[in-house]
Design a protein around this ligand. Sequence first.
Ligand code: SAM
Ligand code: SF4
Length: 421
Amino acid sequence: MTIPEVYESRKNDPRWNTSYPLSPGDWARYRVAGPLPFDNERCLSFYVHIPFCKQLCSFCEYTRMLCPDEKQQNSYIHTVISDIKLFKQQHPNLVLQGFDIGGGTPTSLSDDGFSFLMNECKEVLSGLERTADFEPSVEASFDTLSESKIKAIANSGIRRLSLGVQTSCNAVLNKLNRNGVGEQQMLEWLSMAWNCGISKVNLDFMYGLKGQNAVTIEMDLALVEKLKPQQVTLYELRTNMLANKDMPSKQTLFDHYSQYYRGLLSLGYQAPFGQNTFSVNGADMGVSSYIRHRMKDAAPYKGFGISAQSMNRKGVSYNVGKNGFQKTLLNCRSFGEEFTYQLPEDEIAAKYIAISAYSGAFSTSVLSSLLHKDAKQTYGEQLDYCFGSHLLQDKGDLIQITEKGFEHFGAVFSLFYMPLR
Ligand SMILES: C[S@@+](CC[C@H](N)C(=O)[O-])C[C@H]1O[C@@H](n2cnc3c(N)ncnc32)[C@H](O)[C@@H]1O
Ligand code: SF4
């Protein structure tokens, strides 16, 4: 097929989003034994996965389970921390660029379990050299916060807290097996976090959920205006891993994003059109340093915990539990890498483009360094088509999605990373 034909065939297919690869089987031929080597990566980030939640939202694609009893929670934390300590011992010269604790919902742990996790993370971090822009972050939900957990985050030195809201419309949430939290309650938690010194709060919202419309989005914007988080992230619903693949049309998704975008800009947030992260401070791109370096430089990261992903310039790996997660896995004494893929340069480049699509742009110099050849030449045909059709714009080093291109951003970016057939 020609590039225009491929583009047309993917335009309305929801599988083309920021997920890459589309199916783990696509990388089967690159699978190797053993863990991904990090000996040559001095500067990297850590990601810690806590796969527990108080409730299981039906729209969620992440590896997660209902929070188990305290004994199993503690055993899980011990194993993750012991994996981090071992990695640290084996890589004594590493410099940490980011450190995110995500999930799941880390704050679904008990007060004691969460304090234990935060204390252990503080200790692990204490001996490590960090970059100047190092900004660790922890994910949470409002309905699992407590005074004790907020204090534990503040005491650990973490200054960024990311909370899921998804939508302020409880009728929408309730149909998705998720409880809403009152505005006053949210304000109280945020005030407490800020007073404790957690200076940066991000709120996640989603669009594409059944029942969302222009009215519910106005309610979301009014909530943002009241709560005044420093950052906002907009996630378009992905359904690749879900049984229920119901999605609104691309036009509706585009209209919803556009409404959020214009509303957020009028509230003082900054982001180029097509980026899904917003911030009152344009320099931080609305994300933690871990995510920023992944989006901007294809920086390496090591994941700890069940199903966590790691990446460097040689490949990608997934810890146990990525494909099918059973409770018995919680009893493992180490959450090692189950699937390791040693990837050719064009696959590493593809993964980078898919990740950077969150910012609506990718860097040609980063791509050239991953490919070991000139990216503008390598992707000459794709670029000519996308520039000529006003789907992408040339911003020098950055190739940025246009408003027209954003309506079908998955189809646009996939031209650079999926075989054109
Ligand atoms: C791992 S969750 C952590 C937040 C926390 N567990 C909560 O739900 O409040 C990170 C974010 O991913 C987003 N998310 C979850 N399922 C998604 C999906 N199927 N497609 C796109 N984004 C999704 C939600 O906005 C969520 O807040
Ligand atoms: S959206 Fe958050 S709370 Fe809901 S299941 Fe996913 S990780 Fe858990």
